[in-house]
Design a protein around this ligand. Structure first.
Ligand SMILES: C[S@@+](CC[C@H](N)C(=O)[O-])C[C@H]1O[C@@H](n2cnc3c(N)ncnc32)[C@H](O)[C@@H]1O
Length: 381
């Protein structure tokens, strides 16, 4: 799927082709999605002698999909059930698209019904029209009610069910009335919410690699995974202590996908009707922690990254990090220089449309403007 290879540069004996690649990946709107960074990631990894890669915070699975399309054996894992569902669909299904067409036709033609999803997530009127804020228009939650009920009745294999659920979630994501998460909804209907829910068969990859899909906290999976390269894209704990609510909590942002996959009709709370087990007190990840460790004065999330890199069973680690402040960047550099040999750093500035730069010397670190950049750190352990 590479579109072009424009130039190459050799540094410290490694060849990094600076290619601008395109990859066909699919995914929902997702905070921290690496959709725009995929070509850069593959560029960094492709010159290395690696076969097995672990995408340990796989989220939308776009990066896992790209690795699979580039011939790697992929281990895709995340703490979230939606990520497991997507990875199972894209990496594990061996069926061709045609196989799923009758199933998707059947689901698209079901008679809409009023059910639990319509009651809790659908509305005819937007808030500005006198209704309540909801993520979907009622006509679409009625379809969701019918489809989700039917999926539990059909005798589908776990992988085929994940293909159908992925198609359902992608379709719902296209007609939502949100800013891309499910902790608050828009006052006025988004234009796209007027469209009818329609399920397309996902772009199943059917790649040759020997792929594995896991679910769990990365620290629990750590002892069981051996890989050539680990790609780490943890949540970015906000380093703005005055604004702790700005932190992203994935389980609450995307609670609705958990509910649709489990179809467990959980107890709900708050204005957004979040599932109870997605409340901040019940669910959190150490990587989403914004505070500092009082003893070490370092950010708790950064200490977790250090622990992870130290204990990971991989020859190479590629770490994605988006930083909004100098302090975080300097602490991160301290951690990385102690956890392995830092081979290179790539920084990408979307706002200014600068594609990327790869730097190799420590001098660069003191020169580096770090505001609002996406950074890729390559380490050899
Ligand atoms: C920045 S996002 C990853 C985005 C992904 N690379 C993509 O392109 O879609 C961070 C991910 O880390 C996951 N996560 C958070 N805490 C975790 C933990 N302790 N163990 C494993 N995954 C975790 C979240 O569910 C989320 O999907």
């Amino acid at each position: 799927m590479r579109s072009s290879v424009s130039k190459s540069e050799t540094t410290q004996g490694l060849l990094f082709p600076c290619a601008y690649n395109t990859f066909q990946t699919e995914g929902i709107k997702y905070a921290g999605s690496k959709k725009k960074l995929i070509g850069e990631i593959i560029d960094v990894v492709s010159p290395l002698r690696v076969k097995r890669v672990w995408d340990a915070f796989s989220g939308t699975t776009r990066v896992s999909q790209a690795f699979a399309q580039n011939g790697y054996d992929v281990i895709s894992s995340d703490i979230s059930i939606w990520s497991q569902c997507f990875a199972s669909c894209y990496l594990l299904s061996k069926r061709d698209r045609e196989y799923y067409v009758p199933l998707f036709d059947h689901l698209n033609n079901l008679q809409p019904i009023d059910g639990w999803y319509s009651e809790n997530y659908g509305s005819i009127l937007s808030e500005s029209e006198g209704g309540i804020k909801r993520p979907w228009q009622l006509k679409n939650t009625r379809k969701l009610d019918a489809i989700r009920e039917e999926l539990d009745k059909l005798d589908l294999s776990p992988i085929d069910k994940n293909v159908a659920l992925t198609g359902l979630i992608l379709a719902l994501d296209k007609v939502d009335s949100t800013l891309g998460h499910y902790v608050s909804y828009l006052k006025e209907w988004a234009d796209r919410s007027y469209n009818d829910l329609f399920l397309d068969v996902p772009r199943i990859l059917r790649t040759r690699g020997d792929h594995q899909v896991l679910i769990g906290d990365v620290f629990d999976l750590l002892p069981h995974v051996q890989t050539d390269l680990a790609y780490l894209d943890p949540p970015y704990g906000s380093n703005n202590e005055k604004m702790p609510p700005s932190r992203i909590r994935y389980s609450s942002y995307y609670h609705i996908w958990t509910t649709i996959i489990l179809n467990d009709k959980p107890k709900l709370f708050g204005k957004a009707n979040r599932r109870l087990d997605s409340s901040d007190t019940l669910s959190s990840s150490v990587f989403e922690e914004f505070r500092k460790n009082e003893k070490t004065t370092r950010y708790i999330a950064l200490e977790a990254i250090e622990k992870l890199i130290r204990n990971i069973n991989a020859e190479y680690v590629l770490l994605s990090y988006s930083t909004t402040g100098r302090a975080t960047f300097e602490q991160l550099m301290d951690i990385l220089s102690e956890s392995g040999k830092l081979i290179g750093i790539k920084s990408i500035d979307y706002r200014r449309h600068i594609m990327s730069e790869m730097k190799w010397t420590n001098k660069w670190v003191s020169d580096c403007p770090t505001e609002n950049k996406e950074l890729l750190f390559l380490l050899k352990k």
